[in-house]
Write a protein of this length. Sequence first.
Lengths: 161, 266
Amino acid sequence: MKRTTIDLWVGIFVTIGFAAIVFLALKVGNLASLETRPSYRLDAEFDNIGGLKLRAPVKAAGVIVGRVEAIRLDPKNYEAVVTLRMDKEYQFSKDTIASILTSGLLGEVYIGLDAGGDPTMLADGGRIGKTQSAIVLEKLIGQFLFDKAASAPASAPGAPK
Amino acid sequence: MTSFATGMRRVGAGTLRAISRVGFAARFFIAVLLHTPAALRRIQLTAREIYFAGVLSLVVIMVSGLFVGMVLGLQGYDVLVKYGAGDSLGIFVGLSLVRELGPVVAGLLFASRAGSAITAEIGLMKTTEQLSAMEMMAVDPLARIVAPRFWGGVISMPLLAALFSAMGVFGAYIVGVRLIGVDDGTFWGNMQASIDFWPDVTNGIVKSIVFGMAVSLIAVFEGYDAHPTAEGVSAATTRTVVGGSLAILALDFVLTVFMFRGLGHT
């Protein structure tokens, strides 16, 4: 086979190989999304983050506006400090409420932001003051059962004595 | 009693032979690396080997990728829909292809399609004393024959694996979206939301490069080390396919342990 033909085929092969890598990066992966866009960071403290994971979405009105970048425990007050990496395009007011929510019963855990009315906006490195922790289902059920048990003997009909 | 002693002696001799073969392989690997500049200087030789190892494997890789993806689409949807998670089909297919199946299956195909050819070629060159003839002419067969084939394989492998994954995702798209009727936007959107370029796609690429090096090294080594007889070449070719495949699977486990251990998300 002639040298130029081989070169042509190798060129085609390398080109479509790299095209496949680009396809995997952009269409299958999410290289083009938030990572490269300008962003800023916000901190939020929660009593309990439940099942929140790194890279979980941050949503405002259901729209993804950022991702969870870091989760750590504040050693002084034992609260979870969650660092959010927010899209620069979206600014939030100082009195925004951050809550940890679950989409559906078994769905992913995400952080929901409810915008407030304060005219001053949160800057890079700012702290979201008002937060609402994750609802831990086991605790809720435990509380419910405890309440039931506490009120049962008094109201139960046909109880002895 | 003597038969027992003979058996022991045979086991010992076999072990020693295997260990010295490993030593020779390591020495050979370093020699190939040292001859890399010579192979890269004559890039035409390497391009030729990319043609034989990569371009000629294109069809088998792409068709297999397409079918693997289509099967993943069908089987994955069948299971996921039981848990009401049919929308996650894109995640399932994308992650399994990019992380595991792309590099591994493409590597296995590469070992049997290109690796065996390389071994047979070099082994036959040895049998017909072409390698000795080259040495007589002061042409180093390591630089002229072995190193270009090694690098041709190492360069081709990641590209083939990426193509395999891409075709697989496309196949799953055809089955999942076109035939079954998963929503188009959900399929791609969920996939993009849970697959990251770093570390998922890059780890797949690193894996395929490592597999390419392992299979190419085994292929050139077995060819170079083959007994210069017809049976010797056939046994070496078999060893390339078997050893290469096992090396890929074992390395895959080791790499996966390192790459995805303690990865919090997904």
